[in-house]
Design a binder for this molecule. Sequence first.
Ligand SMILES: [Zn+2]
Length: 302
Amino acid sequence: MRLRIFHYVLLIFLSLSVTRCGWMVESFFPLTLDELLGKQFYEAAVLGQEGMRIKHDEKLRSYIQGIADRVLQSNLIQYKKDFPYKVTILDDDGVINAVCAPGGYIFVYTGLLHFVKNEATLAGILAHEIAHAEKRHSMKQLSSSIATYFAIYITLSFILGPELAEHASGWASLSSNLLSLANSRGSEEEADEFGFQYMRATPYYPGASANFFRDIKAWRQKHLGESEDSIPLGKYLSTHPLDDDRIAESERRVKEAGIKEPDEKSFFKERYTKMIHSTLGESKNQEEPESEPKSTDLKTSK
Ligand SMILES: [Zn+2]
């Protein structure tokens, strides 16, 4: 009986945690857990698992790392000593995306490097990704999945008994596909806000990431009628919602911060183009994909 009461209290606690798990991560999850999970993902990439293929080009990698390092200069970044913040390039021209695994393992797809036109815009995207790691968004999502799991498990064990409940609930899908979890709208807004703040410590125009959204919008209009799952942007859109609000928000931040119209020089376009062309050459998917771009397995979140 006492065990039942304990389970009941635990169930209430965990049910509450499902909706308010953020504080749980901040208070009880050590940073080493983020690092451990991120490292596992990195090692999977090294082994070429989950269809990932690392682009081994140290000249290009250290150039992109240099852009990330300028963002990491921001005093607002708390975990630069705890997380490695290491850039890895994934070789796939068909994916226009970047992700940051927990613990600061940053992955940039070659498709994104081709799509982006200058350093400042890429820095804006990296700043957004770094903010996801700093704010521990994946961990918060994962903790909510774990809390959900236990809540289901305990409920089932009341009904079926602990042994059957174990079979009924299953662990399998919990930690897999960590990076394909779409962030909540609130997490995206937070990453945009902090990404913008981090950008203010760099030599780049802090509102540059809005250019990326505008380019995506233009690209989508050009490819109207195509299913989002069949275009390289599908993967980006599956984890990052896109709409006019996000562009407007970016413009609002720039205005409120009193940032003047950007100088061409603050985008570092020439240096970027030169590096991308000399290391990656022209992309097949850059403007008009000739062959069918690789389809993505995820639904868009919008
Ligand atoms: Zn995001």
